[in-house]
Structures are given as structure tokens and as C-alpha cells.
Design a protein around this ligand. Structure first.
Ligand code: PMP
Length: 361
């Protein structure tokens, strides 16, 4: 990798491009049947019938990587599997941002981990706030780009507002930032956005786009921590240099493959349809609840709701055993709560706790 094929890699941290990456024993296993190269136990642990848990997993589990490539309509070498999309965010910041010099650009209010990852790395976070209607303002974002900008995060649908960012906006950023910065499009909730297209469709034309997907939401696997970064193969290879040797535990890869079986996909589709229906039901009902000032349009599996007194609403819900997310600390979201769409029964309980008793099933 000393002569990068991808021009954008000239913007990655040179010390990471230059270093000799760790070569894990599993990567070197080849066709051997007697494996004495990884200091593993030769015996399976108790209760492990045939899972091979005494062995380190494949660093990028092949079957899962291929399945994810198929799911997202990209090539396997464009796929990096990791410990949730949280890990990919962290890897991107560590690979591209030099401490005290390089910066990331975000549009608050947005997902908090972009800023946390950057600050952990000592990279400044430059902000171009969302417009009043929570739309990404491409002009405002581009006006904040400087030579130190390495990553521009676009979350669509955005957490915590729920607003979708139109693909032409992403494309405009990608065009303007070609060879200069990576546009990271976080699509953690895209499955809930109907037929909104993925930014993966831009990858053929823009090698400075990276897309984050996750199995944590629509595929009900938050506990397994499986996320995917989709990008140019050189960006994937760059991140592999700094990723922990075995980021995907074998039982998690198995759980992911089960979730992505034909049956798993069919079930996910049914559940997504239920959640979308419930989201619309709640969006229609909530404005009648006392103290609700606004329910913002959402393409995700949550609603951002503004209350006259969010603390009072939060406490009333908690008293009914319902916890929602107080997002009032975000700019523009004073007195807002983010409410995840639950089962129809859970949603009925929520409406009941907000005084909409007629809505209780
Ligand atoms: N991106 C967004 C926008 C999120 O809301 C979340 C989870 N809250 C993540 C990424 C991280 O997801 P995971 O690490 O579970 O894949």
C-alpha cells in the first residue's frame, strides 16, 4: 500500500499507510488441518457442541461478508464487517484524522458517536447545523470545509430527527469533496424509509463515499453487534490495517447469517412493515396528546416529538414503566423526546400513558 491506487488515501494518516499491519494467525491458516499456530486450546469449551469456539474466528467471516455484499448489492471486497457500525465510525476517524490537525464535519443535531470518536482521536469536530426543518444544508456544510476536513458525516434517516437526506444532496457533497474528503453516509435506519435509495448506488461513480449499514435495527440484532462499512476496496483495506484482529465473534456471525436467511429476511420485512404502520399510527395520534407541540416526520423506527414540558412527559412515561430518550441536550431539540416504535401493545401503552386512553387496544 505504499503507492495508493486511490487518490483519497493520500488524505489518510500517513503513519497508518506506512505501518506493517498485524497478520493474524487465522489469516495464515491456509488449508492446514492441525492448527498449532494461534496458541488456542486444542479442545472445545464445555457446552460447545461443534461451534469451534476454541478457535479464533475468521477475521472477516467469508460467508457473512458474501451474504452482506449480496444484501447490499456490492462486491465482497467493498465490505468491511465489524462490531456494529459504531466500530466503523471509530476506524474511519482513526484512519483519516491526525490528532490536533485533521477534522470531521457533522450537521447537528445528529448521532453523537461521530463527535465522540473524533474527540477521542483528538480531531476537532466542525459543525454545520441542520436547517430549521432538519434538512441537511449542503451549502452550509461545504462552506465549513477546509483543508483539514477528512470526513463528512451524513446520517440518513437522521438520528434523532428521523429526517431523510435526499440522495442528490449526498451526491453534491461527494462531487464537491472528490479526492479531498470522505462522505460517510450512515444508513443505520434506511430499511424503515420505504424505497428510499441507498448511497451505495453512488459508489461506482464516487470513490469518496462510504456507507454504513447495520443489522442492529431492522434485523433485530443489536445484541450481536454486526455492522458493515461499504466503500472502495482500498478504503476497506485501509481500515483492515487498524481493525482488531478478530472483530466478529463466531456466534455473532452465525446469528447474522440466520437473520439474513430467506426466512430471516421475510420476517424482517414483515416486522419493518408493522413498525412503519405503527409509526404512522403514533404520528397521527400523538398530536392530540396534551402537551405535544410537534411530531416531526420520520423515515426511521422512532419519532422525534416536541413537548411543552418534555421532563414532565418523560416522568409520566417512566411512571408507567416506559423509558424513552430525552434528546433535549441536542441543539434545536429542547423539550424533545425520541420515541422508539415498539410493538402495537407497547405503543398503545405509550399513548395511554400520555392520556390518549381511547387508543389503548
Ligand atoms: N448510526 C446511527 C445513526 C445510530 O443511531 C446507531 C445506533 N444508535 C449506530 C450508528 C450504531 O449502530 P450499531 O453500532 O449498533 O451498528
Amino acid at each position: 500500500m505504499t503507492t495508493p491506487r486511490l487518490k483519497l488515501l493520500e488524505r489518510a494518516r500517513p503513519e497508518i499507510m506506512a505501518m506493517q499491519p498485524y497478520s493474524s494467525a487465522r489469516m495464515e491458516a491456509g488449508q492446514a488441518t492441525i492448527m498449532l499456530n494461534a496458541n488456542e486450546s486444542p479442545w472445545a469449551p464445555p457446552g460447545d457442541d461443534d461451534c469451534g469456539l476454541n478457535r479464533y474466528p475468521d477475521p472477516q467471516p467469508k460467508a457473512l461478508r458474501m451474504r452482506l455484499a449480496d444484501l447490499y448489492g456490492v462486491a465482497a471486497e467493498q465490505v468491511l464487517v465489524g462490531r456494529g457500525s459504531d466500530e466503523a465510525i471509530d476506524l474511519l476517524v482513526r484512519a483519516f484524522c491526525r490528532e490536533g490537525r485533521d477534522t470531521i464535519l457533522i450537521s447537528p443535531p445528529t448521532f453523537g458517536m461521530y463527535a465522540v470518536a473524533a474527540r477521542t482521536q483528538g480531531a476537532a469536530v466542525i459543525e454545520a447545523p441542520l436547517a430549521a426543518d432538519f434538512a441537511v444544508d449542503a451549502d452550509a456544510l461545504l462552506a465549513k470545509v477546509t483543508d483539514s476536513t477528512r470526513l463528512v458525516f451524513v446520517c440518513t434517516p437522521n438520528n434523532p430527527t428521523g429526517a431523510l437526506v435526499p440522495l442528490p444532496t449526498v451526491e453534491r457533497l461527494a462531487t464537491a469533496l472528490r479526492d479531498r474528503a470522505l462522505v460517510v453516509v450512515d444508513e443505520a435506519y434506511l430499511e424503515f424509509a420505504g424505497d428510499a435509495p441507498s448511497a451505495t448506488g453512488l459508489l461506482d461513480r464516487y470513490d469518496n463515499v462510504a456507507v454504513l449499514r447495520t443489522l442492529s435495527k431492522a434485523y433485530a440484532l443489536a445484541g450481536a453487534r454486526v455492522g458493515t462499512l461499504i466503500a472502495h476496496a482500498d478504503v476497506v483495506a485501509l481500515l483492515r490495517r487498524i481493525q482488531a484482529p478478530y472483530p466478529v465473534p463466531a456466534p455473532c456471525a452465525d446469528a447474522a447469517l440466520a437473520a439474513l436467511s430467506a426466512q430471516g429476511i421475510a420476517q424482517a420485512r414483515e416486522r419493518i412493515a408493522i413498525l412503519r404502520g405503527e409509526r404512522e399510527r403514533l404520528a397521527r395520534a400523538l398530536p392530540s396528546a396534551r402537551g405535544v407541540l410537534a411530531v416531526y416526520p420520520s423515515a426511521a423506527n422512532f419519532l422525534c416529538v416536541r413537548f411543552a414540558d418534555a421532563q414532565a412527559a418523560y416522568r409520566a412515561l417512566l411512571a408507567a414503566g416506559i423509558v424513552v430518550r430525552d434528546v433535549g441536550r441536542y441543539p434545536q431539540l429542547a423539550d424533545c423526546l425520541r420515541i422508539t416504535i415498539g410493538t402495537p401493545q407497547e405503543n398503545a401503552a405509550l399513548l395511554g400513558a400520555l392520556g390518549l386512553r381511547e387508543a389503548v387496544a
